[in-house]
Write a protein that binds this ligand. Structure first.
Ligand code: NAI
Length: 346
């Protein structure tokens, strides 16, 4: 049998290294493309059996139709979130698999790293001492111990973040659409979370229902000085409302690893360019905002797990009827979904 060909989009050097290491026996032929998968670049997948994509590839109905016409039956996401794939349109045409967990520790630890950096002013202190400026004015922080953190989404990452916060002696309250039973977590309504939390951290997926869940109305209910952390998906926050909240001094700080308009900006070097996104430029100009470019997942352990799981998803899809990491827009809504029995959704 010929080797399976994988068209790998939005490839970075660290992706190449981890996938080449995971494919060291040459089981798969991987064609690495630096460009993202979009309606304009989908032609590059001609001849491949699988497309491998990441968070900012745009897999809309047009792309799905083109993949289907080319005989491609598998989209292998090398990430957990799948809001960039029209899974409903893909149903019945092209299967979608993902990596549901690669290192929830990586993301939860990054969320805490952002929080500590922000509230202890480490980003400011680092620049000062690099310039031999050893003054402390303007660097006063606050203790995390005794503060209330509101965690939205108590899945794999949210739970680890909760454990980390408890280690700091923080009080934890949480909101989840599907609260975990017997977890010992104090679940509250969103309204209660907005009004009680000193720090809010987002760990839920982006859906049509929760897009812009942080908006002028929710911000109005929050405590003055609240710190908002988003390592989940940018569009959970109405960014213009966030900017206004910071300008009004209602929001004390924002720690953002994701941004709703990140897809053409993050993962690229614009240090010698004028960035045209005024909202992002305004955010970055603020002393109490820290932006990292969707790097929460980026640890050696996570990259290795991503490569191993992605290639295993491809191997399993082509060699068996099983597809345990398939994403199906029907899953959870119907009881006869084949995927509930570990089989392909269609
Ligand atoms: P998970 O599936 O284990 O947990 C998600 C939790 O959110 C579940 O408990 C679910 O019930 C809950 N949820 C679903 N809809 C909700 C809603 N409307 N409101 C509140 N809660 C809701 O997912 P995991 O692994 O913990 O990942 C969470 C998110 O983190 C992913 O969806 C992804 O967007 C983001 N992520 C970001 C990364 C980064 O590098 N910045 C890397 C990996 C994931």
């Amino acid at each position: 049998m010929d080797k399976l060909k994988i068209a790998f989009f939005d490839a970075k050097e660290y992706d190449r290294q981890s996938f080449e290491s995971s494919n060291k026996d040459g089981e798969f032929e991987i064609m690495f493309f630096e460009t993202r998968l979009t309606p304009n670049t989908v032609k590059l997948a001609e001849g491949a059996d699988v497309v491998c994509v990441f968070v900012n590839d745009d897999i809309n109905s047009f792309v799905i139709d083109k993949l289907y016409e080319m005989g491609i039956r598998l989209i292998a996401l090398r990430c957990a979130g799948y809001n960039n794939v029209d899974v409903q349109y893909a149903y019945g045409k092209v299967h979608v698999v993902r990596v549901p967990a690669y290192s929830p520790y990586a993301v939860a630890e990054h969320a805490m790293a952002l929080l500590l950096t922000s509230i202890r002013r480490i980003h400011k202190a680092y620049i000062r001492t690099k310039d031999f400026n050893f003054r402390l004015e303007g660097l006063t922080g606050f203790d995390l111990h005794g503060k209330t953190v509101g965690v939205i989404g108590t899945g794999k990452i949210g739970r680890i973040f909760i454990d980390i916060c408890r280690g700091f002696g923080m009080n934890v309250i949480a909101y989840d659409k599907f609260p975990a039973k017997d977890s010992g977590i104090e679940y509250v309504s969103l309204e209660e979370l907005w009004s009680r939390a000193d720090i809010i951290s987002l760990h839920c997926p982006l859906t049509d229902e929760n897009r812009h869940m942080i908006n002028p109305e929710s911000i109005a209910q929050m405590k003055k000085g609240v710190v908002i952390i988003n390592t989940s998906r940018g569009a959970l926050i109405d960014t213009e409302a966030l900017v206004e909240g910071i300008k009004d001094r209602k929001i004390g700080a924002a720690c953002l690893d994701v941004y709703e308009e990140e897809s053409n900006i993050f993962f690229h070097d614009y240090s010698n360019h004028i960035v045209n996104d005024d909202v992002l430029a305004r955010l970055i100009s603020m002393p109490n905002v820290i932006v990292t470019s969707h790097q929460a997942f980026l640890t050696a352990e996570a990259l290795s797990n991503i490569a191993d799981t992605t290639l295993n998803n491809v191997r399993e899809f082509f060699s068996s009827d099983k597809c345990i990491n398939e994403v199906c827009y029907k899953c959870g809504q119907i009881t006869d979904c084949k995927q509930l029995h570990d089989h392909k959704c269609f």
